[in-house]
Design a protein around this ligand. Structure first.
Ligand SMILES: NC(=O)c1ccc[n+]([C@@H]2O[C@H](COP(=O)([O-])OP(=O)(O)OC[C@H]3O[C@@H](n4cnc5c(N)ncnc54)[C@H](OP(=O)(O)O)[C@@H]3O)[C@@H](O)[C@H]2O)c1
Length: 360
C-alpha cells in the first residue's frame, strides 16, 4: 500500500510538471497552489487506476419504470446526455434543465436517433436553465412546478471545472454558483414535488454528481469566493466537497422527518468529456482516450444511484463505480455538514429549506 501511495505521488508530480510544460497553462503561483495541483493529479491518478481495476463493477441494470419523472440538469452533452439516454431506455419521462433548449433538443434527438431509434416513445421536455443564476433557477423551478406535480428523480449533474475566476451577477464565484448554489436552491424549490413522488417503499431520489476530488477539497468560509489567491482547481474541489456534504445533510433530515426522499452523492469516474477543456490534459487527447472512461461509462454510477432497487434505504451514501465507498473526512461529521447547510441557507436567503412550515 505504502509503495503504491509513493508511486502515486511520484507519478502525480511528474505528470503535473509534464502537463504544465506541454500545456502552457498558468503555473501555480505559490506553494499552496502547487500542493493543490499535485493533490488533484494524485487523486486523479488513483481515480483512473480505480476505474480500470473496477471496470467490471461499473454496471447498471436498466429496467422499465413508466410513470416516473426525472429532472436532469445539463443533459444535453457529456455525461448528462448519456444519463438521459439510460433514463429513456427505462421509459422514464425526462425534464432537461439546459441553457439552450432548442440546441439541446437537436443534440439529444440526434444522439437518441443514432443510438438505435430511441426517440420514438421518449418523453422529453426541454426547459431553459442557467444553473449558475439563482434568478434563472427560480424561474425554471416555477415552470417545472406548474407542469409537474411529481418528480421522482432529481439528478444534479451540470457542472464546470477549472474555469478562470469570475463572479456571477449575483456575486458568486462560478464553480460555487454552478456546481453548488444553483443545485442547492433547485433542490429546495423542488422538495414538494419530490415528496409527492416518494413513498415509504420507493423514495424519491436526489443524486448530486460530485467528484473524487472532494477528498482533497476544503471549505474557505472566510473567503468562499476565493477572491484572494484564486486557483481554479481549489475552487472546483471546494464545490465538489460541498455537494457531498449537502447530500449527506439533506438525507439525514429526510430520514429524521420520515420524508420519502433520499440523497446520494456520486463520483462518475474520470471521464473523457469537454469538462477538461481548461485542463492541461486537453493538450494530450490520446491520453484521455486511452485511460479515461467514455461518457457512457461515466453515466453508469449516476443512473445506478438514481434507480438501483438495492439502494433503497441506503440514502446518504457516496458511490463510485456502482459501489458504496468513502469520501472526505467531513462526510461523517454532522457538525460540519450542518455548518455548511446553515451557511448556504444564509447565503441564499433560504429560511425553510425543507418546507416544514405550512405555506401561507
Ligand atoms: N468528466 C469527468 O471526469 C468528471 C469527473 C467527476 C465529476 N464530473 C462531474 O460530472 C458532471 C458532468 O460533467 P461532464 O464531464 O459531462 O462535463 P461536460 O461534458 O462539460 O458537460 C457539462 C454540462 O453542464 C452544463 N452546464 C455547465 N454550466 C451550466 C450552466 N450555467 N447552466 C446549465 N447547465 C450548465 C453544460 O451545458 P452547456 O452545453 O450549456 O454548456 C453541459 O451539459 C459535472 O458536475 C462534473 O463536475 C465529471
Amino acid at each position: 500500500m505504502a509503495v503504491l501511495l509513493f508511486a502515486g505521488i511520484a507519478v502525480a508530480i511528474l505528470f503535473s510538471i509534464f502537463f504544465f510544460m506541454k500545456s502552457g497553462k498558468e503555473m501555480p503561483k505559490n506553494w499552496s497552489q502547487l500542493v493543490a495541483e499535485i493533490k488533484v493529479q494524485q487523486v486523479g491518478f488513483f481515480g483512473i487506476v480505480e476505474d480500470i481495476l473496477l471496470r467490471g463493477a461499473n454496471k447498471v441494470d436498466l429496467y422499465k419504470q413508466p410513470g416516473k419523472i426525472a429532472l436532469v440538469t445539463g443533459g444535453n452533452r457529456g455525461i448528462g446526455l448519456r444519463i438521459v439516454k439510460k433514463l429513456v431506455e427505462c421509459d422514464i419521462e425526462v425534464i432537461l434543465g439546459v441553457r439552450n433548449p432548442d440546441a439541446s433538443k437537436k443534440a439529444v434527438e440526434k444522439y437518441l436517433t443514432e443510438e438505435g431509434n430511441l426517440l420514438a416513445g421518449a418523453k422529453l421536455h426541454y426547459e431553459q436553465l442557467d444553473i449558475g443564476s439563482m434568478k434563472s433557477v427560480r424561474a425554471f423551478a416555477s415552470r417545472v412546478q406548474a407542469k409537474f406535480d411529481k418528480i421522482h428523480l432529481l439528478i444534479n449533474n451540470a457542472g464546470v471545472m477549472g474555469v478562470p475566476y469570475k463572479l456571477t451577477d449575483e456575486g458568486f464565484e462560478s464553480h460555487m454558483a454552478i456546481n453548488y448554489y444553483g443545485h442547492f436552491l433547485l433542490t429546495h424549490l423542488l422538495i414538494p414535488q419530490l415528496r409527492a413522488a416518494g413513498s415509504p417503499e420507493c423514495a424519491a431520489r436526489i443524486v448530486n454528481v460530485s467528484s473524487c476530488v472532494n477528498k482533497v477539497g476544503d471549505i474557505k468560509y472566510g473567503d468562499i469566493n476565493r477572491t484572494k489567491d484564486y486557483y481554479p482547481a481549489e475552487a472546483y474541489n471546494q464545490s465538489k466537497l460541498v455537494q457531498v456534504l449537502f447530500a449527506k445533510h439533506t438525507n439525514l433530515q429526510f430520514e429524521e422527518d420520515n420524508v420519502p426522499i433520499r440523497s446520494y452523492a456520486v463520483h462518475p469516474g474520470v471521464v473523457n468529456t469537454d469538462l477538461f477543456e481548461n485542463s492541461s490534459t486537453t493538450y494530450i487527447p490520446w491520453l484521455r482516450q486511452l485511460l479515461f472512461k467514455n461518457p457512457e461509462q461515466g453515466s453508469r454510477t449516476i443512473v445506478y444511484a438514481a434507480i438501483a432497487p438495492e439502494l433503497e434505504g441506503k440514502g446518504g451514501t457516496y458511490l463510485s463505480n456502482c459501489r458504496l465507498t468513502t469520501c472526505h473526512r467531513f462526510w461523517k461529521n454532522s457538525v460540519q455538514c450542518d455548518k455548511l447547510f446553515r451557511f448556504t441557507c444564509d447565503t441564499l436567503g433560504i429560511k425553510d429549506f425543507f418546507h416544514k412550515e405550512p405555506s401561507k
